[in-house]
Design a binder for this molecule. Structure first.
Ligand code: IPT
Length: 973
């Protein structure tokens, strides 16, 4: 520590100790029959600008707080009109001088007067429990100081029996936003001070359970479970009626059981009874171990289809209600997610109960991150300074002791992004000693000296492939390198879901399914942390970093989830669901067979019902059930599809095969689609060509060709059969996505910046010739940005038959291009009345070259407004893949039909790309009263994951090359 200018001792909120006066940590026991009193509700509240602005007289009984404000508990005061949230990712929002914090240290005094219920037991002890307070609390009851604590997302308890009165108890809590603990809580999220989890008074009867540890293992060979419940004090009894068990604490028994897995979350109800208390137990039998370099549960390799979950609600921040927690888990299960890393702190304990119940593998992570030291070359990093070790071990112990009885937890994670240090080893040693039954995880130390699994974040595909083959480049000490090479591998973070994306999921999944060592990963992250706000005129939007006047912030990097802030699934989640589906349905349509493979780790397929549909031009012409045998995990079967129904010649057909839940589960309704695939049927006949029958005629400043009218000087289409158009012309620009822009630490290929630098958002179109020939109109142009000699020639060749216009575009690059293009196609404007879209192609949601697994060929109808994806920071969105034809119509049926040869990317929006690019929040997007802007693209650049991870894989880059594509336009109505 390099702190200067202070005379010890430091005040409690700045000293490195974890606190004073707290009881030892113990197991979370929601199922206790001992009396409890919730102290949640409305408290008196006063905010001070510094830690010492007010004395502690408010804690004394009789203090008059009538002049104070109010605050709900649990809550963050910055979300209740007192101060404001701050968002920083890596940076500490205060000078780094551990363990000192700024003098300006918002301090919230909380006051609550409560009575004991009439039936509150008079004997025994009582405990005051805090589930979570950010970041440091000092607590008094009836004027007596109980102590202080840090460790925001960890529980703390005080013994209070002697202080309680039947009525008029005064509970006073002083909370400091900044403390030495803040140095250990530099997670990438909003800084949100307050008492944000419950406060409860717990009766502790004489002879109650001080702590208990359920050991419930599973022997997959014998099919038996072994149960032993250790408790303090001893002498209690454990019953599990369903298993006929009645044991003394500390005694073990082995009986036939059904194991707990994330796929089959089998829990047995039990009780632990001591002289004074009965605690209900929910016991799941399972055994976790690393064997032969593979992470196994119950003897089987597990593949993590995971997400990183921060606790977040767009209104209440990290004060989450039970319904929101359950909603998160239902959404995960419905999207085939089977694992959650509790980034980067232990979640509300009830969340883990729900994980046990619904079935998720959990990596429980300690409340620890010191990332802000990275730019200081890790100088004074608390995890490498022995003075902090007690605080670190205290955090580990509070996590493990609270959460140790959850079968869902299979790994303990020491924390996130702390560099390396002896403090981490001390935590790992403590955990290993206390609970050897789980694997220890930490990503930040490549040596893996303290861990049982090799974990990385955002490793590129090629490197993951090497790791899968255990041929990664050697690193560090030879013995440790050899040890690490024997470990299983996960990506604790990958596929950065910021804005549009992530791209490249399919390629990762293929690797995970190929190499035994690669046991999946956890997408970063579950939900966008955008706060619900309104503009002055009442338009809702989501706020991100910088929107609260923070002087240092990281903008919309806080919005990088698979869910929008309101928990609507983003296209990224739909894509992830498809990519990780636990059943593979494959076939090329030839031979009328489909191959079904069970990709579950534990269950057979008997819980799924399979069906097929045969579609012509996106319209079902036949459907039925498909009998699939109850394949065991890893097994495949080739099944015959019925003879296809006859369809009209030239119609494009597809098989769609779906696997649905046969019966409702705790998280999904019967019929919920778990997996699906499309198999090709017959291909479309060659497109009906437009026989050029019309001849272009020039008249004044107009040229008329078939149903089209063109500007004679520029060759631009201005009218089609009475529809006023802003004619199609070459377009290369897209509003850069967060993944296009890339992260500041990405050295190159930040194409969003490169494109802008090159000027692709300000292309100039020089018209070189407007040539009329016998049956065609040819417009030759050179398209290029100012100040450079690179560009493209675009030749537009127009032909017409009676009522259709065909446009063939031919593009030739000029000069030395050094980057791929954002998009390549044409943009046109159509009347704003054409607000309804229908298309035959990929849908229903958006897709890009490397995010298109979930796009299915069909006939889709959405309004233009519904085609927009409301990324919190507006950016390119809404393209539909593989579109054969699209119609845009007005309510009166007039409109435009567009057919593409080859199929195209279809985008329609009520603002221009330039407006989309300029927007910072969704209300900045103002619909044009005149125009719907339509992009018809021959190519799109992939999305990648470069807002934190690797960029677009080679095959998904839109390289600059000669291209030819065509569209047929027909007026409707
Ligand atoms: C990684 C962090 O662990 C995570 O908390 C989050 O910040 C994520 O990045 C980006 O959203 S660290 C990164 C520098 C690799």
């Amino acid at each position: 520590m390099n702190s200067t200018q202070h005379t010890p001792p430091l005040p409690y909120y700045e000293d490195v100790s974890p606190g004073t006066g707290c009881l030892p940590p113990r197991a979370w026991a929601p199922g206790s029959d001992a009396a409890r009193l919730s102290l949640g509700g409305t408290w008196a509240f006063r905010l001070s600008p510094t830690a010492a602005a007010e004395d502690d007289s408010f804690a004394r009984p009789g203090y008059d707080a009538s002049g104070w404000g109010e605050i709900p508990v649990p809550a963050h005061w910055v979300l209740h009109g007192h101060g404001a949230p701050i968002y920083t990712n890596v940076n500490y929002p205060f000078p780094v001088d551990p363990p000192r914090v700024p003098t300006e240290n918002p301090t919230g005094d909380h006051l609550r007067v409560f009575d004991l219920p009439g039936d509150w037991p008079t004997s025994g002890q009582a405990v005051l429990r805090f589930e979570g307070v950010e970041s440091c609390a000092r607590v008094w009851l009836n004027g007596e100081e109980l102590g202080t604590f840090k460790g925001s997302r960890l529980p703390h308890e005080f013994a209070v029996a002697g202080l309680l009165k039947p009525s008029g108890n005064v509970l006073a809590v002083r909370v400091h936003q900044w403390s030495s603990g803040s140095y250990l809580e530099d997670q990438d999220q909003w800084w949100l001070p307050g008492i944000f989890r419950e406060v409860t008074l717990l009766h502790r009867p004489a002879g109650s359970v001080a702590d208990f540890f359920v050991h419930a293992s599973y022997d997959h060979v014998g099919g038996t479970g072994t149960l032993r419940v250790d408790a303090e004090p001893g002498g209690g009894r454990v019953t599990v009626p369903e298993l006929g068990l009645d044991l003394a604490t500390g005694e073990s028994a082995t009986v036939a059981v059904e194991p707990w897995t994330a796929e089959t979350p089998r829990l047995y109800e039990g009780t632990l009874t001591t002289g004074g208390e009965t605690v209900s137990l929910r016991i799941g039998f399972r055994t976790v171990l690393v064997e032969d370099g593979v992470f196994k549960v119950n003897g089987h390799r597990v593949l993590f289809r995971g997400v990183n979950r921060h606790e977040f609600h767009p209104v209440t921040g990290r004060a989450l209600d039970l319904a929101t927690m359950r909603r998160d888990l239902e959404l995960m299960k419905r999207h085939n997610i089977n694992a959650v890393r509790t980034s980067h702190y232990p979640p509300h304990p009830a969340f883990l109960d729900l994980c046990d119940e619904l079935g998720l593998w959990v990596v429980d992570e300690c409340d620890l991150e010191t990332h802000g030291f990275v730019d200081l070359d890790w100088r004074n990093n608390p995890v490498d300074d022995d003075r902090w070790t007690p605080a670190l071990v205290d955090r580990a112990a509070r996590m493990v002791e609270r959460d140790k009885n959850h079968p869902s937890i299979v790994m303990w994670s020491l924390g996130n992004e702390c560099g390396t240090g002896r403090g981490l080893s001390a935590m790992a040693d403590w955990i290993r000693e206390r609970d050897p039954s789980r694997v220890i995880h930490y990503e930040g130390d490549l040596s893996c000296a303290d861990t049982g699994i090799y974990s990385r974040m955002y490793a590129p595909h090629a490197e993951v492939a090497q790791i899968g083959a255990r041929t990664e480049a050697p690193w560090g000490d030879a013995a440790l390198d050899a040890r690490r090479r024997e470990l299983p591998f996960i990506q604790c973070e990958y596929a950065h879901a910021m804005g549009n994306g992530p791209g490249g999921l399919s390629e990762y999944q293929r690797l995970f399914e190929t190499h035994e060592r690669l046991q999946g990963g956890f997408v970063w992250e579950w939900i966008d942390h955008g706060f619900a706000r309104h503009t002055p005129n009442g338009t809702p939007y989501y706020a991100y970093g910088g929107d609260f006047g923070e002087e240092l912030h990281d903008g919309n990097f806080v919005c990088d989830g698979l869910l929008f802030p309101d928990r609507t699934p983003s296209p990224g989640l739909i894509e992830y669901k498809k990519v990780i589906e636990p059943v593979r349905i494959e076939g090329d349509g030839s031979g009328g067979t489909v191959r079904i493979t069970n990709g579950h780790d534990f269950t057979d397929l008997s819980h799924l019902a399979f069906s097929w549909r045969y579609e012509a031009e996106g319209v079902a012409v036949g459907s039925g059930e498909l009998a699939v045998p109850p394949l065991a995990p890893g097994e495949s079967a080739d099944l015959k599809l019925p003879a296809p129904a006859a369809t009209a010649p030239g119609e494009e057909t597809r098989w769609t095969v779906e696997a649905r839940l046969a019966a409702a589960t705790a998280w999904g309704e019967a019929g919920h689609v778990v997996a699906w695939a499309q198999l090709p049927g017959s291909a479309a006949a060659a497109p009906a060509s437009v026989t050029a029958t019309g001849a272009p005629r020039r008249g004044g400043d107009r040229i008329v060709l078939g149903p089209g009218t063109f500007d004679a000087a520029t060759g631009t289409l201005t009218d089609l059969g009475g529809l006023t158009l802003t004619g199609p012309r070459l377009d290369l620009w897209r509003a850069p996505t967060d993944n296009d822009n890339g992260a500041s630490w990405q050295p190159d290929e930040r194409y969003g910046l490169i494109w802008r630098e090159l000027g692709l958002h300000r292309l100039q179109h020089r018209v070189d010739a407007v040539d009329l020939a016998d049956r065609e109109l040819t417009v030759r142009t050179r398209v290029a940005p100012a100040a450079t000699d690179v560009g493209l020639t675009a030749v537009y060749q127009w032909t017409a038959d009676g009522d259709r216009l065909r446009l063939a575009v031919s593009v030739t690059p000029l000069g030395e291009w050094s980057c791929p293009l954002p998009r390549l196609g044409v943009r046109l404007g159509v009347p704003a009345a054409l607000g309804a879209a229908e298309w035959f192609g990929g849908g229903p949601g958006e897709a890009y070259p490397d995010t298109r697994a979930a796009s299915r060929l069909g006939r889709w109808a959405l309004s233009v407004d519904e085609m927009q994806t409301p990324y919190v920071r507006p950016q390119e969105n809404g393209a539909r893949a593989d579109v054969r034809w699209a119609r845009l119509t007005a309510p009166d049926g007039t409109g435009l039909r567009i057919e593409g040869h080859p199929p195209f990317w279809f985008t329609a929006r009520r603002w221009t790309t330039e407006q989309l690019d300029a927007a910072e929040h969704t209300p900045d997007l103002v619909a044009s009263p005149d125009t719907v802007w339509v992009n018809l693209d021959h190519g799109q650049q992939g999305i990648g994951s470069q807002s934190c991870g690797p960029g677009v894989l080679e095959p998904h880059r839109l390289l600059v090359a000669p291209a030819e594509f065509s569209f047929t336009f027909a007026p409707l109505g």
